[in-house]
Each structure stands twice: as structure tokens, then as C-alpha cells.
Design a protein around this ligand. Sequence first.
Ligand SMILES: Cc1cc2nc3c(=O)[nH]c(=O)nc-3n(C[C@H](O)[C@H](O)[C@H](O)COP(=O)(O)OP(=O)(O)OC[C@H]3O[C@@H](n4cnc5c(N)ncnc54)[C@H](O)[C@@H]3O)c2cc1C
Length: 289
Amino acid sequence: MVEKIIAYRLNSLDQTMSQLNKEDCVIIAGGTDVMVLHKSRRGVPPKIPKPIVFIDHLSELKRVYQNHNDLHIGACCTYSELLENPFIPIALKNAIKTIAAPAIRNRGTLGGNICNASPAGDTLPLLYVYNAKLLLRSIKGDRIVAISDFIQGVRRVQRDYNEILAEIILPSISEEGAYVYFEKVGNRNADAIAKVGFAGYIRIKGAVINDVRFAFGAVGPTMVRSFDIEKKLIGKTIPLTNADIAQVVAAFDKIIKPIDDQRSTALYRKTVALNLLRYFLSKKQYQQI
Ligand SMILES: Cc1cc2nc3c(=O)[nH]c(=O)nc-3n(C[C@H](O)[C@H](O)[C@H](O)COP(=O)(O)OP(=O)(O)OC[C@H]3O[C@@H](n4cnc5c(N)ncnc54)[C@H](O)[C@@H]3O)c2cc1C
């Protein structure tokens, strides 16, 4: 017999937050991860152990706007909507174009990719190098948390049962001299889960590096980023020397510890990750955001 599922689709964000406060529910935005996570036998509806709250229709979670220099992205914007939006940086659009196929992009959301906290989530390396902050909302109020604090491990996030991820904030998005780069390595250009993801950010004044950030995806339980290694490059000039590049690559070689799985081997992942880093550091010119 098919089990009954209790599902709420409430008219406003306030009503949805009140419901979440009353009852521990599974939030569904696009459902493209939730449905796979709870799938059961072919032809049988998924088994979701708690009541469901749908949030995909809430207009409060779909706004994209710029506040001063910060870009605010509603957590329930689908990938297809973001691809159409002129505020979204080209690097993020490039990452989105590698995700799944159009049908999934019409349902899947940026907030879902973050809250699902897969090591292979394609938007995550970029969101880490943008120093993304997350606005979490509940009936008790708002809190803002860095993405690197929010994501704690494989499918583990620091979210209270009554909180909704409302916005993703990309601070100081259009700083002069800032360049950002994204690369995903998978079996195909799209519709493939990443074997390795890499994002690099660099801000240059004249030829001097003022800020630099790197994040690697699918090579550890969460994105690999190191402030200590990044700091070593501040004040250096472009193009970097071979010795500087080798030092940074060697430092990441020590901390990147991928695993073998059905998609790739640890050796391949590490080799490719370091090659992408080397390529980014060797550039003589960087592409504008
Ligand atoms: C065929 C297929 C191909 C895919 N390919 C890729 C790919 O190439 N790259 C990739 O990165 N991913 C891929 N995915 C995974 C998925 O599409 C993405 O992770 C997507 O961004 C999830 O968004 P969603 O809105 O569907 O999340 P949902 O499934 O609705 O939710 C995912 C998780 O986040 C929680 N959640 C969602 N929104 C919120 C919110 N606003 N506040 C609090 N919690 C929330 C949910 O409770 C759940 O735990 C693929 C999935 C499928 C089925």
C-alpha cells in the first residue's frame, strides 16, 4: 500500500516559517536531490520520512538584487532563471551551464545545491572563492553565516530545523581588477557529476596581487581552501615565477586528499586538481568577471 505523505505548500514565506517552527519537515525546493536521496523501487513513490514543505513557489526567495557592491541571490532561483539574469557573474553562469541538463536546471536551485552539501556540488567552489555569505531566516529572525562555516561535511550543514536559506550574498562582487575562473572536469561537458572542480579568484592592482583565493571541489568531504597558502601570494607580482607557482602547488599537494570512487581515482583527481591550479597561476592575463 502507498504510504500517505503530508505536504505543505503555503502562500507566503512567513506561513512557511511558522509551519517549520511547529514541525520538523523536509524542505523541498526543486526536489532534484531530495527525490533521488529518498528514491525507492521503480514505480513506487519516494519514501520521505517527515512531512514536506515546498518552497519553490515563494517569490520572497526568488529575488536577485544588488545592494551597494553586494549581490543578493534568492535561494530558490532555479539555474535556468539565473542563466537569464543580467546580475549573475559570467563565471557562475559558466558553472551553471555544466550542471545536469536543461530539465534539471529548470527545477534545481542554487540554495538546494548549497544545502545538499555534496562534495561535488558544482556551484560550491565558486561560492567559496566569492566568500559567499548565507542569509538564514526563521521566525526568530535572520542570521548570516559564511558558506565555509555552514557546510560542515558530506551532506552536513549547520541549519536549525526551523531555518530556511533565504539568500546567497556575494560580497564586493564587482571590485576593480578582480578576475574569476571556474573549471569542472567530468565525463562530458554537462550532465556529468564532477570528478574535480576548481575555482580561482585573483584581484590585481597594477601587476601586484592584492587578493587571491582557490577552492577545489570533489577532492575531499567539503571544498578545499587554505587561507594560509593564499596569504603567501599577496604582494607578489604577475606573472608569477616558476618557483612561486611550484611552492603553492606543493602546499596544496599536501592538503588535497581525494578518494577513489566509481567516478574517478584519487590519483587522477589530485593530478588534475594541481594541474588546474598550476594553469590558473601561470596565466599572464586574467579574464574579467
Ligand atoms: C539527473 C541529475 C543530474 C544532476 N547533475 C548535477 C550536476 O551536474 N552538478 C551538481 O552540482 N548537481 C547536480 N545534481 C544535483 C541537484 O540537481 C543540485 O544539487 C540542485 O542544485 C539541487 O537543488 P534543488 O532545488 O533541486 O534541491 P532540493 O532537492 O529541493 O533540496 C536539496 C537539499 O537542500 C535542502 N534545501 C533546499 N533548498 C533549501 C532552502 N532554501 N533552505 C533550506 N534547505 C533547503 C533540502 O531540504 C534538501 O536537503 C543533479 C541531480 C540530478 C537528479
